[in-house]
Design a protein around this ligand. Sequence first.
Ligand code: NAD
Length: 264
Amino acid sequence: MLSISDSVAVITGGSGGIGKALAEYWLSKGGKVINADVAEEALRATEQELKKISTNIASIVCDVTSEVDNARLASFAMERFGAINLIAPFAGITADGLVIKTDRDTGKVSGKMALDKFQKVIDINLTGVFLTIRECVEQMINNDCRGLVCVVSSTGSLGTAGQLNYSSSKAAMSVFPKVLTAEFFRRNIADKVRCMAVAPGYVATPMVKNMDERMIAKIVEQVPIGRLIEPEEIVSIVAELYRNEAMAGETVFVHGGLRLGSKG
Ligand SMILES: NC(=O)c1ccc[n+]([C@@H]2O[C@H](COP(=O)([O-])OP(=O)(O)OC[C@H]3O[C@@H](n4cnc5c(N)ncnc54)[C@H](O)[C@@H]3O)[C@@H](O)[C@H]2O)c1
């Protein structure tokens, strides 16, 4: 079992709901955190807040869609803390809309999802994660670090109407653990660097809380535990996946029993 104490977590989207909760948990267990986010003001405010728990946190502005920013992030982690043990590429967005909208009266097509709306989500949620992993794993391997790459998928990976962009990006996250574990196995490093995905249902973070109240109420109706998941409930699974080195190549769902089909 790995210990969090003294280990280094690189978190993207670290001033958002789940990323910040992970940073908080990691620091409280004696770990070190490199916190990265594109939202500079929120990143600085998060650092000030989390420094009350531990000063073992360093922040860096990073747009995960940029190769240069991701390379800087990985080097920064090595310079500041000398290791990378957990890669948590949690930066992500939604930009919902139907692919094809039809007019209720005429039945004819009245709108289509714009290319940039599709592409923006893919760029951040998929290409961004690829780049963060590529740069950080390079440092892990070259510096002989042991640990976990933990991507975040979603119940959206199973397909949610109005989210072709988001669902596609999250479906991709569920193959990352399989492909990366197979590649690490091929290169005889799978015992040192593992990859897992956590797939949350609806979590009480700004991503969900910014939705229309009626929409949230409709969502919660479908959740047997009767509420949104708390970010800390995702973080506790990420921590366990890190500690338990038997966990590799899989996706773990955390959704409160969310019913994705009909209630029956
Ligand atoms: N909240 C949920 O219900 C839920 C469910 C399943 C999966 N997820 C996933 O969990 C992850 C975290 O989500 P959250 O709920 O904490 O969202 P959030 O909106 O609270 O935080 C996302 C963070 O990502 C940052 N970000 C956005 N674009 C970026 C970029 N280009 N570069 C760097 N940072 C960027 C934002 O500034 C923000 O701080 C996302 O990948 C999301 O898809 C969330």
